[in-house]
Design a protein around this ligand. Structure first.
Ligand SMILES: CSC[C@H]1O[C@H](OP(=O)(O)O)[C@H](O)[C@@H]1O
Length: 347
């Protein structure tokens, strides 16, 4: 699988796979400043909760290099770096989790030699990067047994290697199930308006020789009614303490229809996506994106000129529609308020 991102320590550049032009073009955007990383997150060059977190960690490091060059106080500059990266997208908690981890390292080493401070930040960013891939493999192993052998499994958006530092969350569970010989048939929704499913999930799975069937978002109910889907597994951007989960727009609809058909809905997300600071999903900020994503398709104006547009990028699925939450530390079942806190607090 093509690398989502890579950091060149010699040139101090973050290379981001430009996900806006996949699958027909493969190109990397080079980021040399924290501002360029923030722009790449906002414009979805890099996207997916864990991938955004890893990119932001490197963005903090690039900001530290800028702080060492300019004359202003390092701590003042770093506060601006943290703030700009935190403002890049509001919903995925991994962004804020990664920035906070980098902030703690910065403050712990700020009084040391500036080169020791810089090196500590680089090592933390590299650790966040490496840990994400290991976390996804553990999640895959926990989740694979939940997927129905020989059954149809629906996924929405892209929660794959392209949404993480590698292997994926929901697609990591699917990859592990396929590797375990469970013979699942994958169904992927196209996921309007950014088309993460049609462009990214289909691309990823076909690259791994995993058969996948693409469907329009409005076909989910029909396929469930036909008995083609036996499980749903999706990623997450922020999970509240009670298990309410923010994920790509359309997840809530899928979960309601799945409930109607008695189909289990699984969330696959690392513990870094669980936000115990919020009690329930109604506290999750939902990103509203540019209406042009809805009215245009790859630059072509497809909607009637002047039409009003709603473009929320996420919705919240209440915990009552979620059968289990697969994490890198184990699987949580209801009551989530207790089981999520136990997992997050465990080693
Ligand atoms: C593995 S988290 C992926 C998660 O992020 C996606 O959103 P976006 O493509 O806008 O960053 C989507 O919600 C996925 O489930």
């Amino acid at each position: 699988m093509t690398e989502t991102l890579r950091f060149d320590s010699s040139s101090s550049e973050l290379h981001l796979l430009d996900q806006r032009i996949l699958p027909h073009q493969t190109a990397y955007i080079r980021c040399r400043t924290h501002g360029e990383v923030a722009d790449a997150i906002t414009t979805m060059v890099v996207r997916g909760a864990p991938a955004i977190g890893v990119a932001a960690a490197y963005g903090v490091y690039l900001g530290a290099l800028e702080a060492l060059k300019n004359q202003e106080s390092i701590s003042h500059t770093m506060e601006q770096v943290f703030a700009l990266l935190a403002a890049s997208r509001p919903t995925a908690v991994n962004l804020f989790w990664a920035i906070e981890k980098m902030r703690r390292v910065s403050e712990r080493h700020m009084t040391a030699d500036p080169q020791i401070w810089r090196q500590a930040l680089l090592e933390e960013a590299l650790r966040i990067h490496a840990d994400d891939v290991e976390s996804n493999r553990r999640m895959g192993a926990y989740g694979a047994p939940l997927l129905p052998a020989g059954g149809g499994v629906l996924t929405h958006c892209n929660a794959g290697a392209l949404a993480t530092a590698g292997y994926g969350t929901a697609l990591g569970v699917i990859r592990s199930a396929v590797s375990a010989g469970r013979g699942i048939q994958v169904y992927a929704t196209e996921t309007r308006p950014f088309l993460q499913g049609a462009r990214l999930t289909a691309f990823e799975l076909l690259q791994d020789n995993i058969p996948v069937t693409l469907l329009c978002d409005n076909m989910v109910g029909s396929l469930m009614a036909q008995g083609k889907i036996q499980a749903v597994v999706v990623g997450a951007d922020r999970i509240a303490a009670n298990g309410d989960t923010a994920n790509k727009i359309g997840t809530y609809t899928i979960a309601i229809v799945a409930k109607e058909h008695g189909i289990p809905v699984y969330i696959a997300a690392p513990c870094s996506t669980i936000d115990l600071q919020i009690a329930s999903g109604d506290q999750i900020v939902i990103e509203q994106r540019d209406p042009a994503e809805v009215t245009h398709l790859q630059g072509h104006h497809i909607a009637a000129a002047g039409v009003q547009v709603e473009n929320p990028s996420f919705d919240v699925t209440p915990a009552r529609f979620i059968s289990a939450i697969i994490t890198d530390k184990g699987v949580a079942y209801p009551p989530y308020r207790e089981t999520l806190a136990q997992l997050v607090g465990s080693d």
